[in-house]
Design a protein around this ligand. Structure first.
Ligand SMILES: Cc1ncc(COP(=O)(O)O)c(C=O)c1O
Length: 396
């Protein structure tokens, strides 16, 4: 089948919810992808933070093949081996005591919102405590709970009404939170790094303020680390930058290196409110995804791997700051670890995607004025040089 035939077929039969560029990706190796015409692309998107170990990784393939040969799926009515082992790794390396597994980021948010409300009803049976505070400019996914907590009206348009009792405050603005928080508030949900919203970090002081307020008013603090968790920002979990721990945290994208998985981690206090039958997912705790996630997690948390990512991050941000000094249209460099936002004025950031693509590099954007670099965590400095050289050319 030719490239055009594949695209024609897609346009005839697939619901058109995405605007895709006119090429078809067929295979990947390391940090490179190849299309059906044989063109190679250096990948600075990594499945939007999913393919942390790049493509064709033997870590992923070996773990998947081994598990595929043993057991692909059984109902969650039964015990399986990989899920509790993965849960142990996640809990022993984070604030959490318990994990719930699902299949995607948005599902991990649905679970977080449900568990929070259940905690509210269990612990405060005599009064309503089900209000949720979320943040403007946030992104939590596309199912109803998740879009209801997403503070960007464009995602709500045409789909109302949203879930009730969710209101919106501003990132890094404690006063706007205090105006909304009261004894009926059950949870505050936020991304410690607003990635889709333009690469904005929550200030450590803001997170500390939220933790104090949550403790005072008996509110659960929920961190959405679906995009920022698992070493993307240079620390295993994004919350480690501030030292503030949440009560619930969501993970997904890179957790199984490219296989579908989501996780909602929580303290024992939250777990105590959830009973058998309260929540479920047919494919959740999938043996193959969990078996792969165990090996991905071991790789990402190895001290040498972490140090390598931190070194590459210093290199990347050093280079990007040189670009900022050279080009007046670059107003800011945002990010940490291996997520970077190059904020530009006068040119739509979206124009960069076709320019980079022509030069054999895939990049994405985060809003109208931010070019987003989101490479696999296994890139080398020479790949950074290549992407930065094309950025330099784009801005010249
Ligand atoms: C912070 C955050 N939360 C949730 C989601 C939704 O994840 P998924 O697309 O796997 O449902 C995303 C996706 O980009 C995200 O960035």
């Amino acid at each position: 089948m030719t490239t055009q035939e594949t695209i024609d077929l897609e346009q005839k039969y697939i619901l058109q919810t995405y605007g895709r560029p006119p090429f078809v990706l067929e295979s990947g190796d390391g940090v490179y992808l190849q299309d059906t015409d044989g063109k190679k692309y250096l990948d600075f998107v990594s499945g939007l933070s999913v393919n942390a170990l790049g493509y064709n990784s033997s870590v992923i393939q070996d773990a998947a093949n081994e598990q595929l040969g043993k057991l692909i799926h059984v109902s969650n009515l039964y015990h399986t081996i990989p899920a509790p082992q993965l849960a142990q790794l996640l809990c022993e390396n984070s604030f959490a005591d318990r994990a719930f597994f699902c299949n995607s980021g948005t599902e991990s948010i649905e679970a977080a919102l449900k568990f929070a409300r259940k905690w509210g009803y269990k612990n405060f049976p005599d009064k309503p405590k089900n209000k949720i505070i979320a943040l403007n400019n946030s992104f939590h996914g596309r199912t109803y709970g998740a879009i209801s907590a997403t503070g960007q009206p464009k995602y709500h348009k045409g789909f109302g009404p949203m879930l009730p009792n969710i209101s919106f405050a501003d990132l890094n603005d404690m006063e706007s939170i205090e105006k909304l928080a009261d004894s009926e508030t059950v949870a505050i949900v936020l991304e410690p790094l607003q990635a889709e919203g333009g690469i904005h970090f929550a200030d450590p002081e803001f997170l500390k303020g939220l933790r104090t307020l949550c403790d005072e008013l008996k509110i659960l603090l929920i961190f959405d680390e679906v995009q920022s968790g698992l070493l993307r920002t240079g620390k295993l979990f994004c919350y480690e930058h501030s030292g503030v721990t949440p009560d619930i945290m969501t993970l997904a994208k890179p957790l199984a290196g490219g296989l579908p998985i989501g996780a909602t981690l929580m303290t024992q206090d939250v777990a105590d409110a959830v009973e058998p039958g309260d929540h479920a997912a047919t494919f959740g705790a999938h043996p193959v995804s969990c078996a792969v996630a165990i090996e991905v997690f071991k790789t990402l948390s190895a001290p040498d791997f972490v140090a390598g990512v931190q070194e590459k991050s210093d290199y990347l941000f050093g280079k990007l700051n040189e670009i900022k000094d050279k080009h007046a249209q670059v107003t800011e460099i945002r990010g940490k670890g291996l997520i970077a936002g190059i904020v530009i004025k006068d040119t739509p950031a979206a124009d960069s995607m076709a320019f980079f693509r022509d030069k054999g590099i895939l990049v994405c954007v985060a809003g109208p004025d931010v070019i987003r670099f989101l490479p696999p965590l296994v890139i080398d400095k020479e790949h950074i040089d290549e992407a930065v050289a094309v950025l330099d050319e784009f801005l010249s």
